[in-house]
Design a protein around this ligand. Sequence first.
Ligand code: FAD
Length: 401
Amino acid sequence: MDLRDRPEDVRFRDEIRRFLEENLVGEFAELGGRGGSGDETYGFDVRLRWEKVLAAARYTCLAWPTEYGGRGATITEQVIFNEEYARASAPGRVSILGEGLLGPTLIHYGTPEQKQRFLPPIREGTELWCQGYSEPDAGSDLANVKTRAVRDGDEWVVTGQKVWTSLAHQADWCFVVCRTDPDTTRHKGLSYLLVPMDQPGVEVRPITQLTRTSEFNEVFFDGARTSVDNVVGEVGDGWRVALATLAFERGVALLGHQLSFRRELDRLVALAQQNAKASDPVLRQRLAQAHIELTIMRYNTLRSLSGVDGPVAPPEASIAKLYWGSWHQGLGELAMSILGPAATVLDGEALPENHGYGLNEVQRSFLFARSETIYGGSNEIQRNIIGERVLGLPAEPKGTA
Ligand SMILES: Cc1cc2nc3c(=O)[nH]c(=O)nc-3n(C[C@H](O)[C@H](O)[C@H](O)COP(=O)(O)OP(=O)(O)OC[C@H]3O[C@@H](n4cnc5c(N)ncnc54)[C@H](O)[C@@H]3O)c2cc1C
């Protein structure tokens, strides 16, 4: 793959730059690129308005096929868009779960009616989604899902508990993996339901994170209802659809993260230069190593996404997830070393009601990165996949309990 911009790439890059220069003004510019992972509550209303500005110019859902309102953007175009977006410090996106996870899943597995009903509001930024997979006893072992749905006339009635549900408090809809056949266990008899959040049978309880924000939640379904038309794929075939969404999740993460990582690394180099840590030989080595590894990450990402049309298949997705999650945690530790004792001082914005000061961007990223080797499949699970599917090691022994 030739990594240099071709004439059409240069044109596309110019177009994005112009759009951002003209539109990233006023309240949008004031956000200073905030609102990403670990910072999702920041400037939410402004970011929602920004989503609509992007949508009006057709810069949401770039990768979707044109028949569904996307631009059918190539991988190169998506990379260019993300690079320019990160470079301009544009606001953190609010609709990543709809655009990157549910949308592609519906495009592959949804009925024409589901596509017509659900894709336009995702593209326009008017409906937000959350992902209802994990439960207290079903995280890595997702097939252990116990939330159940029982058919009642033209509706499914959903009962059970989900946990760690990111952005459930802001979502209009949730894609829920639940058991529709009570006589089955494991991955058989599961279905993939689209459930509206604004109804009496749904309760969302925030969980406070290490970053002191609450981006994920417990979600309790107690007789929540959704139409029988809102099953994606066949009833009982939800496992296949759920895995496809996970593969999209890993593909999206591949692209999105490493571009903002470059900005973080550049900021660390600038910090080290300011506080004279740039002349510390060990820290210089670690910064250079971080740069090398990030460059490898970029090339690997481009390689594994080239020619992919649909979910990114394991094991590439697992290798990439293991790599970026661990790399970013390491970068956070390096940031703490560069800050030195100043790392322990809270000097972010003043918190309301005299609650002191918040985390600054470097501290927030360091703390949030602890979760990156857990969500989207933990490091241990990725190693199991690589061990079994790449190295051909025997399958891990299953417990007998
Ligand atoms: C920031 C964040 C956001 C999240 N957002 C969402 C969301 O929006 N929707 C959603 O559904 N979920 C979400 N999750 C949940 C996430 O998917 C789970 O945390 C993850 O799948 C791990 O499951 P668990 O927490 O139940 O841990 P467990 O599965 O109980 O694992 C505990 C530990 O045991 C290890 N382990 C488990 N099984 C094995 C094995 N077979 N071999 C070796 N080691 C093993 C794990 O690696 C881990 O270290 C989020 C999590 C985080 C941290």
